[in-house]
Design a protein around this ligand. Structure first.
Ligand SMILES: NC(=O)c1ccc[n+]([C@@H]2O[C@H](COP(=O)([O-])OP(=O)(O)OC[C@H]3O[C@@H](n4cnc5c(N)ncnc54)[C@H](O)[C@@H]3O)[C@@H](O)[C@H]2O)c1
Length: 320
């Protein structure tokens, strides 16, 4: 019998990550696109799983006899059955250091695209209507504007630097982060979300999807916002209620929204947000830069290797 650790890579990762396993005689691995019956069968006796966004539910995890570590390619882990992972004493790891900068840059990209009305202005020139330039609705600046960063973990902290670079005033809502930490990074801690959000020109969400944060941004809150407010969600679908957002945009309650994530992914074809001109969308690709895919691919397999070599850093392990 082979003494090599069996690793299942569910949904391929960058070859830089695969190479770490290829070059290591202690591991054998197989790559699959999805969790089908063949993979379910292999899960029963694998030692490690690398997983991207495919759902790995409790009932499948419970069938695993040797599984010691599940390595998430990314930082969110709402696709993994946490109950079974915890019950079986399996370690769940994330690529903690890989994607904060890529997502923070994506937020700036969305903010600028919306405030500068990229789609409309680009289309105006391309369709031969340059001459209309004085008749277009005006764009808005980020300079001096107030942005609320909700959730001040890895991504929130990468974002604040970029917002300060644009000379925005940054407010932070994260009940779990000390005031000193926020102040030392140039932000102002706020305690009452509902009160402060009314005064913001932009809001960017960087918190996990939990029962506490589901529908955090709903119609009742949206109708209190400033008319020039831009909302960005590059965290998880469901933190903003999509139906409420669409209604608020149609009623001109806010300036625009940028969404990288959706309640259902891919979004249903009849999701009205897909046709709403005030929304700027991307297909959950905030972290899909070439550089970030390399970092995430390497960190995903390195976390597995580090786990078995007993040198996995605590910051990469999810506390269950
Ligand atoms: N769009 C993408 O491709 C992409 C990529 C990476 C991460 N994400 C998502 O971005 C989010 C943030 O990731 P991160 O790496 O910064 O996570 P993180 O764990 O480092 O930070 C999350 C922060 O949210 C705070 N928080 C938790 N509950 C809160 C609440 N109810 N109110 C306010 N703050 C709360 C925590 O205290 C923590 O500081 C996650 O939802 C993650 O899944 C999306």
């Amino acid at each position: 019998m082979s003494s090599k650790k069996k690793v299942l890579i569910i949904q391929n990762i960058h070859e830089a990550g695969i190479n770490l396993l290829k070059d290591n005689p202690s591991y054998e691995f197989e790559i699959f696109n999805e969790i089908n019956d063949e993979v379910k069968n292999k899960i029963t006796d694998c030692d490690a799983i690398s997983i991207r966004t495919a759902k790995l539910p409790n009932e499948i995890i419970r069938t695993a006899k040797n599984l010691k570590v599940i390595s998430r390619h990314g930082v969110g882990y709402d696709n993994v059955g946490l109950e079974a992972t915890k019950d079986k004493g399996i370690t769940l790891t994330i690529t903690a250091t890989a994607n904060a900068v890529a997502v923070a840059e994506h937020v700036m990209f969305m903010l600028l695209n919306i405030s500068k009305r990229k789609n409309m202005y680009d289309e105006t020139v391309k369709s031969g209507k340059f001459i209309e330039r004085n008749n277009l609705p005006k764009t808005i600046e980020l300079w001096g504007k107030k942005i609320l960063i909700a959730g001040f973990g890895r991504i929130g902290r990468a974002l604040i630097k970029r917002c300060l670079g644009f000379e925005m005033k940054v407010y932070v809502y994260d009940p779990y982060v000390e005031q000193n930490t926020i102040t030392s990074l140039g932000g102002e801690k706020i305690n009452n979300l509902n009160e402060t959000i009314k005064d913001m020109d932009a809001v960017s969400l960087h918190l996990p999807l939990t029962s506490e944060t589901k529908n955090l941004i709903n119609y009742d809150l949206l109708k209190t916002l400033k008319k020039n407010c831009i909302i960005i969600n590059a965290a998880r679908g469901g933190i903003i209620n999509e139906e409420d957002l669409n209604k608020a945009l149609n009623e001109d309650l806010i300036f625009g929204a940028g969404l990288d994530v959706f309640e259902t992914e891919p979004p249903e074809n009849n999701n009205p947000l897909l046709k709403n001109e005030k929304v700027f969308l991307s297909p959950h690709t905030a972290a899909f830069t070439e550089e970030c895919m390399i970092r995430m691919g390497k960190e995903t397999t390195q976390n597995i290797i580090d786990f078995f070599e007993k040198k996995l850093e605590k910051s990469k392990i999810v506390t269950l």
